[in-house]
Design a protein around this ligand. Structure first.
Ligand SMILES: NC(=O)c1ccc[n+]([C@@H]2O[C@H](COP(=O)([O-])OP(=O)(O)OC[C@H]3O[C@@H](n4cnc5c(N)ncnc54)[C@H](O)[C@@H]3O)[C@@H](O)[C@H]2O)c1
Ligand SMILES: O=C(O)[C@H]1O[C@@H](O)[C@H](O)[C@@H](O)[C@@H]1O
Length: 269
């Protein structure tokens, strides 16, 4: 596959989309933007709902690859998740099949495996082939998305890298995030690797920086050429002083998914 140049970025108005709109052009990509919401300063951005099959098909026409970030990114009633994340992702893959787009990067989430107990002490890192253990309907939709990606590879030869993103924000803001944080610069490095690696078929990777307190195995991500440069450790002392260490016996501290297991943040609309 020749290196992609034109990339459709869905969910471009969101937090991660905004970070990647800034960082990915430096890797030489020309981004076509799509979101439900208009984007200030980007009059050419496509304003469309993933539920609109025709609009999605038109949006993918002519691009070399897709980074699929759009959807509900928190917990919500099943019916809403079904429309935005499950049907929406299906529409995107169908559009890619119809328009001959050969590579998709799917923003999966740690919440697809959120009920996995966090490693402690000398426990091994969580492997990439750990079973799906979604912690929410949201996480369930990410498990579905990974299976959809596998199906479109096996059935239709569309390649996907599913990235189980930890927490990609400017800085980690919780003790849990010290283990799962991905700096925006490492996020861009990882997306670049997922777009340019050869013969990925359907590959699942974790998405985080090279954190000292890492919970999962980045070997597969590294095998695609990802070379993370950041570590959350410089933030550790302050966050632990403010919030304390993760506690045994506290359910919200027991699993990879953290608070999503006990008291998930709810999608606002
Ligand atoms: N930010 C993270 O740390 C993180 C971690 C794990 C996974 N993810 C995944 O990465 C993606 C981006 O995350 P984010 O933090 O930027 O979320 P976000 O909520 O800030 O952005 C999501 C964007 O998708 C758009 N959207 C929602 N429903 C849509 C629809 N039906 N049609 C078109 N657009 C729609 C929203 O308008 C929003 O701009 C999400 O899929 C999320 O699940 C993010
Ligand atoms: O686990 C996390 O920290 C993150 O997981 C992602 O899936 C969610 O979209 C994001 O809102 C969370 O902050």
């Amino acid at each position: 596959m020749p290196a992609p140049r034109t990339v459709l970025l869905t969910g471009a108005a969101g937090g991660l989309g905004t970070l990647m709109r800034d960082l990915l052009p430096d890797y030489g990509y020309e981004l076509r933007l799509l979101d439900l919401r208009p984007i200030e300063g980007a009059p050419d951005a496509i304003v469309a709902d993933l539920g609109d099959k025709d609009a999605v098909r038109e949006a993918v026409r002519g691009v070399d690859a897709i980074i699929h970030l759009a959807g509900i990114s928190l917990e919500a009633p099943f019916e809403k998740i079904l429309k935005a994340n499950i049907e929406g992702t299906y529409h995107l893959y169908e559009a890619a099949r119809e328009e001959g787009v050969g590579r998709i990067v799917f923003a999966s989430s740690n919440h697809a495996v959120g009920y996995t107990p966090r490693p402690q002490g000398d426990d091994p890192l969580i492997p990439i082939d750990t079973p799906h253990r979604p912690d929410t309907f949201y996480g369930l939709s990410k498990s579905f998305g990974e299976d959809l990606a596998q199906f479109y590879w096996d059935k239709h030869g569309i390649e996907t890298v599913s990235v189980r993103i930890g927490s990609c924000f400017a800085e980690p803001t919780s003790v849990r995030m010290l283990s799962v944080w991905m700096s925006p610069a490492d996020g861009a490095r990882l997306f670049h690797a997922t777009l340019t690696a050869e013969n990925v078929g359907h590959t699942v990777v974790y998405g985080s920086s090279a954190n000292t307190r890492l919970w999962w195995d980045l070997t597969t991500a590294r095998s695609l050429g990802y070379d993370p440069q950041d570590d959350s450790e410089p933030f550790a002392e302050k966050l632990i002083a403010e919030q304390g260490e993760l506690q045994d016996g506290n359910e919200a501290h027991a699993y990879l998914g953290g608070q999503f297991v006990t008291d998930p943040p709810i999608w606002p609309y």
